[in-house]
Every structure is written in structure tokens, then in C-alpha cells.
Design a protein. Structure first.
Ligand code: PTJ
Length: 251
């Protein structure tokens, strides 16, 4: 029982939700450690959306809206944390939603597709093939889905596939709280923000942006700048905390 007046109520409830999903087989057990790593980095940016993340989120919306065949790739963590938010982003952009897993079983694919469908997403399913140049199971995708995509949103990715997709000349948008990860470094655009803040921010921008603003945001895209800014935000925050003796955003 987690009391609602606990100062870390939201965080504890999220962990509880992930633990239940892991027991049910929707979340990979390894997804729990991935989440813990994300939480640690979220502390470093003060559990808020930074200025550079807002710019990255608006640019992500511009890329998705301007794409010929945009795809949102969903794994276990993304489905458990943000299925309704993914459905709302799909409504705002018309992007295709496809499940792609590292710890892949047919059963998990089916369970995650059900979570997304229940949240209102239209899931692109059907026959997957081993199409991506990877030795692990993220290689499995659909020919008319991810394989044909020009722009792919990959929340909580694991690096390898991100690099492979970029080599295939696709524009890859990563959501990753760790600006030092291989994914963050390899992506065309990295959003250093927490998934459940980032996805609604992309959705809001998708409803707002006009064609000219999209073109302007895409022309100005500089991922080195965005990553450097994210690291600067973390460093500034650490310096401020060490200077004031404060331990951070919350008990
Ligand atoms: O569902 P599956 O089988 O596809 O497996 C998914 C996981 C997440 C287990 C797999 O992709 C994985 O192992 O990922 P990694 O390599 O741990 O990378 C996850 C990255 O996402 C890390 O850099 C974390 O800091 C970051 N991260 C974790 N939680 C969040 C996050 N970024 C944004 N929002 C979060 N909530």
C-alpha cells in the first residue's frame, strides 16, 4: 500500500505499475533496471522538461508531420508507461504504431499490442520478418511498417537498432534520459526528457505547428547542440545542488 501523501507517490506508483506488468509478462524483467537508470538521470535534470528538450520535442513533431511514412516503435516499457499518450500522438500525426522488442516472444508482442489497442491506438500488426541488419530479435519488423519508414520514433531504445536504422538512411528520433547513451549519440534527434512528459509535448506541438515552422525547425536541427545542452543542464544543476547543500528535487 503506497500512501498518496508520500513525497515520491507518483514515482512509487509507477514502479508498482511496472512491477505488476513484469509479473504479467508485458514488461521484460530487464525493463525494470532500464527504468531505474532513467529515473536516476531524471533526477539530474530536476524531473522537469528543460528548454532544450522543448526544442527537441517541437523538432520531433516537425519531423513526424513532414514524414512520408512515420512510425512509432513501441517496446514493453513504453506500452506500460505511456499507451494512452502513444494513442494520442498517433491521432495528432497519423503515424503508424508498431511493436518492436529486444526480449521478443510472440506472446509479449501480442500482450503489448493488446495494451496499446485498449488505450485507443491502432496497431500495425501482422506478419513480421527478420528485416533489420541486427543479430538480435529487434531485427523482426514489418515490411510495410518500420522497414519502409522514413522517420521512426524510438522511445527507450538500446543503441544497436538506432545505429542500424540511421545507416539505413532513416531519420531516428530517440527519447532517452541518458544523453551519454549510444542511442542518444547515434540518433538523428534525441529528446532528453522522461517518456510521459516527452510524448504529450510532441503531441501538443503536432497540433500547433504549421508547415513553415516545421521547415524552420528541421533546418535548424543540431543534435550535438541538444545533447550538449542536456549535459550542461545536468552539470549546472549538480553544481547548484553542491553549492547550496541541497540534495535535489525531492526527499
Ligand atoms: O520491451 P523490450 O523487450 O524491447 O525491452 C526494452 C528495454 C527497455 C529493456 C530495452 O530496450 C533496454 O534494455 O533498454 P536500455 O538499453 O536499458 O536503454 C533504455 C534507456 O532508456 C536508458 O538510457 C534509460 O536511461 C532510458 N530510460 C529509461 N526509462 C526512461 C528512459 N528515458 C526516458 N523516459 C523513461 N521513462
Amino acid at each position: 500500500m503506497i500512501p498518496p501523501d508520500h513525497p515520491r507517490y507518483r514515482s512509487l506508483m509507477t514502479r508498482e505499475r511496472l512491477a505488476v506488468a513484469a509479473r504479467e509478462g508485458v514488461l521484460a524483467m530487464e525493463g525494470l533496471t532500464a527504468h531505474g537508470r532513467g529515473e536516476a538521470f531524471d533526477y539530474l535534470i530536476g524531473e522537469r522538461t528543460t528548454e532544450s528538450a522543448i526544442l527537441a520535442e517541437r523538432t520531433a513533431a516537425a519531423l513526424i508531420l513532414s514524414a512520408r511514412h512515420p512510425v512509432i516503435s513501441v517496446n514493453g516499457n513504453t506500452a506500460v508507461l505511456a499507451a494512452p499518450e502513444i494513442a494520442a500522438l498517433q491521432k495528432a500525426t497519423g503515424a503508424l504504431v508498431e511493436v518492436n522488442l529486444f526480449h521478443r516472444t510472440e506472446e509479449r508482442v501480442r500482450l503489448i499490442e493488446n495494451v496499446l489497442a485498449r488505450a485507443g491506438a491502432e496497431v500495425f500488426s501482422g506478419e513480421a520478418e527478420r528485416l533489420l541488419p541486427l543479430s538480435h530479435d529487434r531485427a523482426w519488423c514489418r515490411r510495410d511498417g518500420m522497414y519502409a519508414a522514413d522517420v521512426i520514433l524510438v522511445p527507450l531504445e538500446d543503441g544497436d537498432r538506432c545505429e542500424a536504422l540511421v545507416k539505413m538512411n532513416k531519420t531516428v528520433i530517440a527519447i532517452d534520459l541518458n544523453p551519454l547513451s549510444r542511442t542518444a549519440r547515434a540518433a538523428s534527434l534525441t529528446i532528453v526528457d522522461e517518456l510521459t512528459r516527452a510524448v504529450p509535448a510532441i503531441t501538443r506541438a503536432s497540433w500547433e505547428l504549421d508547415v513553415d515552422t516545421c521547415a524552420e525547425l528541421i533546418a535548424r536541427l543540431d543534435n550535438h547542440y541538444l545533447l550538449a545542452e542536456a549535459i550542461r543542464e545536468m552539470t549546472t544543476r549538480l553544481e547548484a545542488c553542491s553549492g547550496s547543500g541541497s540534495t535535489g528535487p525531492a526527499p
